[in-house]
Write a protein that binds this ligand. Structure first.
Ligand SMILES: [Zn+2]
Length: 212
């Protein structure tokens, strides 16, 4: 049996989350998102959870060695023994090194998408100011312009989805992920996929690379 240990990289708007979900269903792989694990540790009031929650309260970042510890421990769980999909991890070389030592990845996917396409995709998004429902002006418009179908709330463009804010986030994303992707490129594990294609085509490309 093949064991797939996958990490997905892609900026916001690249469709990374959607692809992770589709992969998880097709290959029956659990998705490990660091944010979820943090929340679980905090909820269960573990020692690490308490530490993480006090750091977040103080507005501090969770240090590398703690994030790595939490993720690697989680990966020892029974549900990950036949593979997994990582979302949002590893974020830097230190984390990548630790992960490779204990639980080497088999595939690292880089969903490539141009800045302009990301801006186009995100500025298309509208969110209900009352219930949080998500719409898209082109793909999933509300029945009545600027009004939520389910609660009549006003639909707004989030500050985060405005072009200037998007550009800032894209710059940070590129700067952060570049070294990690280079690290995995040297190991020959990176597969580049054109993220500007349709969801189905992106998925097809990823599956082809996995089954090769
Ligand atoms: Zn609503």
């Amino acid at each position: 049996m093949n064991i797939f240990k996958i990490a997905l990289f892609g900026s916001q708007g690249s469709g990374k989350g959607t692809q992770a979900k589709m992969l998880s269903e097709k290959y029956n792989l659990p998705i490990l998102a660091t944010g979820d694990i943090f929340r679980k540790e905090i909820k269960n009031e573990t020692d690490l959870g308490k530490l993480v929650s006090s750091l977040i309260k103080d507005g501090k970042l969770v240090p590398d060695e703690i994030t790595v510890k939490i993720v690697l421990r989680e990966l020892c769980g029974e549900k990950y023994k036949n593979g997994f999909i990582l979302d949002g991890f590893p974020r830097n070389i230190a984390q990548s090194n630790e992960l490779e030592k204990e639980n080497g990845l088999t595939h690292v996917f880089e969903l490539e998408i141009g800045d302009e396409e990301v801006k186009r995709r995100l500025s298309d998004r509208r969110i209900c100011s009352k219930c949080g429902a998500i719409y898209s002006l082109t793909v999933k418009p509300s029945k009545q312009e600027s009004i939520c179908d389910s609660c009549d709330g006003a639909l707004i463009l989030r500050e985060d989805d405005k072009p200037e804010a998007i550009q800032k986030r894209l710059n940070i994303y590129r700067k952060e992920t570049k070294p990690v992707l280079n690290f995995y490129k040297e190991k020959g594990k990176v597969v580049k996929v054109d993220g500007a294609q349709s969801i189905e085509k992106v998925f097809e490309d990823i599956c082809k690379a996995i089954e090769k």
